[in-house]
Design a protein around this ligand. Structure first.
Ligand SMILES: [Zn+2]
Length: 245
């Protein structure tokens, strides 16, 4: 995945912003269940539930190589050679929220998705994205049509909302990766509507953008796979900044 250069500084700021919150919130999220400490509602230390989710769920690698060409003399490539804008397909799953909030929440999610589609580029899959052997994506069941028909997309986003975890604003995580490139191909975004009335449009939009950064790759589990343009991996020193230096 590469960035349009115009957005690079914006994304770096976003990632730094995300990283600082994650470090600050690690101490309060060290428990291994999805039960955030409800007594800790201070903004912004408890607004992101990514660490809680990641402690319980691992991403599943899926083989995306075109099956129909096995045995053929000319094997079809899994991905195109050119870089193109990222395509994110949104599936709205269990939206346990009042009808009056649904359109508003959907607009926020669509806006965040559009932002990333305008910002990131990928080598697109040459065939439809199918999640053939994926049963669940964290807390949602993968719809049958995503396993059989697939989507013209590079990543499928399952969006859910409700009031399950009132001490966080939301969480996101990828749940499947391309076994070859280790880039996320499916993920979940959850927004908790308990504190919706206290959040401005900008707060909610920035929460959705922050969470989607986790889904798309801002995930310590994926850091060892980050690759430079020349094909080599980043060293630990290049990846992490020691705050004592
Ligand atoms: Zn976070």
């Amino acid at each position: 995945m590469v960035l349009n250069s115009a957005y690079l500084s914006v994304l770096i700021s976003l990632i730094s912003f995300a990283l600082s919150y994650e470090i600050l919130s690690t101490a309060t999220q060290a428990n291994s269940t999805i039960t955030p400490d409800s007594s800790n509602t201070a903004y912004p230390l408890s607004y992101c539930g990514f660490n809680l989710i990641r402690a319980n769920y691992k991403s599943t690698p899926l083989d995306l190589s075109p099956k129909s060409h096995i045995g053929s003399r000319f094997l079809q490539e899994t991905r195109e050679n050119e870089w193109s804008s990222l395509r994110i397909h949104i599936e709205y799953m269990d939206l346990n929220i009042p009808n009056s909030q649904i359109d508003y929440i959907k607009r926020i999610v669509k806006g965040s998705v559009k932002w990333y589609e305008n910002t990131l580029k990928v080598k697109r899959l040459t065939e439809k994205l199918k999640l053939e052997s994926l049963e669940d994506c964290v807390e949602v069941k993968v719809p049958q049509k995503d396993k059989t028909e697939g989507e013209d997309a590079d990543i499928i986003l399952y969006f859910t909302a409700g009031r399950k975890y009132p001490s966080i604003f939301g969480y996101a995580s990828n749940c499947a990766t391309d076994a070859e490139t280790v880039q996320p191909i499916a993920g979940i975004l959850y927004i908790d509507t308990s504190s919706l009335s206290q959040l401005s449009d900008e707060d909610l939009y920035s929460t959705a953008i922050h969470e989607m950064a986790h889904l798309l790759g801002f995930d310590p589990e994926l850091f060892p796979n980050f690759t430079k343009p020349d094909g080599t991996k980043y060293s630990t020193d290049e990846m992490f900044i020691n705050s004592n230096d």
